[in-house]
Design a protein around this ligand. Structure first.
Ligand code: NAD
Length: 261
């Protein structure tokens, strides 16, 4: 992978990354392993095993549907069993399934966005806490979004507002247990074509049009008038996960070229 590396930044650390089969999660998990971490790649997609196996470092994979509590609990249990403990959880699963004006959402589509972009973080935070208590501390990094102020993906925006609330409130609760809870709020990010589409049903013509309006709004809202690279999202996530960020907790860092979300 390209980008600046800190060879031993995560040596001795066990890191669980969710949604690690592709995109930002894959890049975060891969770089954490390259920087000395022992990493569990968790994803619903079975091919996450190939991704973890190709990594130059200590890595394993686990299949789970993190939209269920059972999946979240099983993933954390597996990490603790095979690696002995957990130090860091990176909650990356999420992503807007559909782009459409709120009035156009069907009720079950609203629920699906909340299940995808809020529940995995809520469940995984709860499931990891006993493991972090057993370890005597640790860090949780949530991947939020600048979509908390944006058009055409209201249920997703609400879910990410929830992720920001988890970050602030859980940080208050857990500070005296030596656990930091932090987040980044990425803006629009260029990525290779997705092997797993956000919307398994595919986008219809109207949705493609609304997606273009979102891309325009996201670009206009950024001072830099461009999308991020994946590396530009990975670096702040791993900084916040690392001991270099030891006095940062409860913070949501916008990584959106000036857009505060
Ligand atoms: N890409 C962007 O432009 C952008 C912008 C702002 C925020 N974000 C946030 O960054 C994070 C990653 O985005 P991305 O674009 O890299 O994602 P992506 O859609 O490319 O990949 C998501 C991964 O999560 C997995 N996943 C989805 N649902 C799952 C479930 N229920 N259980 C287990 N695994 C599941 C998928 O299989 C996939 O590997 C998301 O939280 C997203 O909201 C992304």
């Amino acid at each position: 992978m390209s980008g600046f590396h800190f060879p031993d930044r995560f040596s001795g650390k066990v890191i669980v990354v969710t949604g690690a089969a592709q995109g930002i999660g894959r890049a975060v998990a891969t770089r954490a392993a390259e920087e000395g971490g022992t990493v569990l790649f968790v994803d619903r997609a079975e091919f996450v095993a190939e991704i973890a196996a190709a990594v130059d470092g200590k890595a394993a994979a686990f299949n789970a549907d993190l939209e269920t509590y059972e999946g979240a609990g099983a993933a954390m249990q597996f990490a603790a069993e095979i690696f002995g403990h957990i130090d860091i959880l990176i909650n990356n699963v999420g992503g807007a399934i559909r782009m459409r004006p709120y009035a156009e959402f069907e009720p079950q589509q609203i629920d699906a966005e909340i299940r995808r972009s809020l529940m995995p973080t809520l469940y995984c935070c709860h499931a990891v806490i006993p493991h972090l208590f057993a370890r005597g501390g640790g860090a949780i990094v949530n991947v939020s979004s600048n979509a908390t102020r944006g058009i055409h993906r209201m249920p997703y925006s609400a879910a990410k507002g929830g992720v920001n609330a988890i970050t602030q409130s859980l940080a208050m609760e857990l500070a005296d247990r030596n656990i930091r809870v932090v987040a980044t709020a990425p803006g629009g990010t260029d990525a290779p074509p997705r092997r797993i589409p956000r919307n398994a049903a595919g986008d219809n013509a109207a949705e493609k049009g609304w997606m273009a309006e979102v891309a325009q709004q996201v670009t206009d809202s950024s001072f830099m008038k461009r999308y991020a690279t994946i590396e530009e999202q990975v670096a702040p996530i791993l900084f916040l996960a690392s001991d270099e960020a030891s006095y940062i907790t409860g913070s949501v860092l916008p990584v959106a070229g000036g857009d505060l979300g």
